[in-house]
Design a protein around this ligand. Sequence first.
Ligand SMILES: Cc1cc2nc3c(=O)[nH]c(=O)nc-3n(C[C@H](O)[C@H](O)[C@H](O)COP(=O)(O)O)c2cc1C
Length: 184
Amino acid sequence: MSDPANLAAFLEDAWQLLRRGVADSRSPARYPTFATVSPGGVPEARTVALRHAAQAEAVLEVHTDIVTPKVTALQASPVAALHVWLPKSNLQIRLTTTVAILRGSAVEEAWSKVPPASRVSYGTVPDPGMPIDDVYDYEKPPDQTRFAVLRCTVDHIDLVHLGKRHRRAAYVRSDGWAGTWLAP
Ligand SMILES: Cc1cc2nc3c(=O)[nH]c(=O)nc-3n(C[C@H](O)[C@H](O)[C@H](O)COP(=O)(O)O)c2cc1C
């Protein structure tokens, strides 16, 4: 970690760790918790894989199956929170985002990069979350028409670092990510 009193460096560290999550499947940042609000107002959280992290635009991307309940939730309420705990760095990253659901021709290039073995994650029959008669009563044919990219534009970032003296900061898009220290 760099100068502990430098707000900008604290944010840089977080983005670097998010990029590591995209590049390295062993990093805990690879698998954030992704929380949405159901159409009935109930919080819903699940693990996802982080596929893209672009600091310049403050965008994160996640891939999903268009028929999953998280997409229904996002259609009603296009917001998601992502949470990562990085034990080696002693850092918690929380991000609040506005989510665009991309599919069809907008995600053709992303689909072309999904390895064949992973394409079966998009197309489960019956739809994910439906009751089945027995444990393996489902098929997983790859289905490009079910593939979606959740493009999460970051609005707010909250970082907590546990150290000899804890550090916490918040950053918002609206002030150009200048950030402010918070009581931890
Ligand atoms: C390690 C791990 C990684 C996962 N990655 C994804 C993912 O990238 N996208 C996704 O839609 N579901 C992923 N899942 C499955 C979700 O956690 C969830 O079970 C599924 O998407 C249905 O969620 P929903 O019913 O809330 O929509 C992953 C699960 C695990 C355990």
